[in-house]
Write a protein that binds this ligand. Structure first.
Ligand code: HEM
Length: 354
């Protein structure tokens, strides 16, 4: 005797619900538990994984704590750095929770999207539509004048390439535009803000800066790198030293912690001492290039690094030619990590015309 239509629908819906439940448990329980096991079997320990939340609550609490202002200006007790080091201590658990967050917010499991995720999708679509409009406009201009070949122009040209190895998809162009916007906007002005703060405190360096500007930019980028960590995701299982890292783990390279490491920089690691760069970066890092990476490292390092340092040098030189400056009494030292390492309350200095 066959099943009637209602029973078939019921069977179909129950199978769908069961499948969703299995998928859900796979993501929020099986994947983090397996990654945790892989790491703990190699001696890498961390705080326990909490169902659904991972360690996101602890991370949020640490971030909140790090947001309270400093009572004095010190580059030593950089709270973000402490937070980072603490997070470092529980590296694998962060990896698990990050992994979990990404996995859950990905498209594979879209049945229960939170209102935040819906808003985020809406904003993402808004940004992509805006970029798409710009790309279309550029396409129209290039149809009339094909030599409009700035960076966006080159990408649009590559979109028309028939040779597969040179072809760039529209989604790739959109992603490149986003990367350039986020990477290029704000970073250089942040370095300048931190450099002005450091020079306003260490006024003796203002005179020297007129001759030694490169060292000052390097030292500012060491103490206050806008990007406090470099993030990579491994597609395949890889071996890192003695550690086996399973596929799809999000790795944080803690730039800020490396820049403040006493074993690399010496006892004055937390002090402003541009002199350490007097004989170049390799001497300052004792030939350890990965100890200093404000612009990242390897194949995906910053394409704008020369442009950014030159802009910062020229701007700072122009300020120094006209002014000397001291910290404003209103300045409250509050470096916080909000996507980048930013002065939460801005940098206020008193300018005195020369
Ligand atoms: C002081 C200023 C700047 C700092 C500290 C900085 C830092 C960084 C860092 C840490 C990365 C990631 C590197 C990695 O993952 O290994 C990066 C990537 C990038 N930066 Fe910058 N950046 C700065 C200015 C700029 C400017 C002005 C531009 C554009 C004109 C720019 C364009 C890019 C691009 C396109 C990438 C992605 C490169 C890739 O994925 O291949 N950056 N930057």
């Amino acid at each position: 005797m066959g099943l009637n239509v209602g029973a078939w629908i019921l069977l179909f819906l129950s199978s769908l619900a069961l499948l969703s439940l299995i998928k859900f448990l796979h993501k929020v329980w099986w994947v983090p538990t397996r990654i945790k096991h892989v790491f703990s079997s190699q001696g890498v320990k961390g705080p326990p994984y909490r169902f659904i939340h991972g360690n996101t609550k602890e991370i949020a609490a640490m971030k909140d704590q790090a947001r309270s202002p400093f009572t004095n200006i010190s580059h030593d007790n950089l709270k973000s750095s402490k937070k980072l080091q603490a997070i470092e201590a529980s590296l694998q658990q962060d990896l698990i929770s990050e992994h979990f967050i990404r996995k859950c917010s990905g498209t594979a499991f879209t049945i229960f999207k939170s209102s935040d995720e819906l808003k985020s999708d809406e904003l993402q679509k808004g940004i992509e539509d805006l970029i798409m409009e710009t790309i279309k406009e550029r396409g129209k201009i290039m149809a009339v004048d094909p030599d409009t070949a700035d960076f966006l122009g080159q990408l649009v040209k590559a979109n028309h390439e028939t040779d597969e190895s040179y072809h760039v998809s529209i989604q790739d162009i959109i992603d490149e535009c986003k990367t350039f916007y986020v990477s290029g906007d704000g970073t250089t002005s942040l370095v300048l803000s931190w450099a002005v703060l450091l020079l306003s405190i260490h006024t003796e360096w203002q005179e020297r800066a007129r001759h030694e500007i490169g060292m000052i930019i390097n030292e500012t980028l060491r103490l206050y790198p806008p990007g406090i960590a470099i993030i990579r995701k491994n597609e395949r299982e890889v071996k890192l030293g003695n550690l086996v890292i399973p596929a799809n783990v999000i790795l944080h390279v803690p730039v800020l912690a490396l820049h403040h490491d006493r074993t690399i920089w010496g006892e004055d690691a937390h002090l402003f001492n541009p002199e350490r760069f007097s004989e170049g970066i390799s001497k300052a890092t004792k030939n350890n290039p990965s100890a200093y990476m404000p612009f990242g490292f390897g194949h995906r390092n910053c394409v704008g690094s020369n442009f950014a340092t030159n802009t910062a040098k020229i701007t700072l030189a122009m300020i120094l030619q006209r002014y000397r400056f001291t910290p404003s009494p209103n300045y409250i030292h509050s470096p916080v990590h909000l996507l980048m390492l930013v002065p939460k309350n801005g940098v206020q200095v008193m300018l005195h015309a020369l």
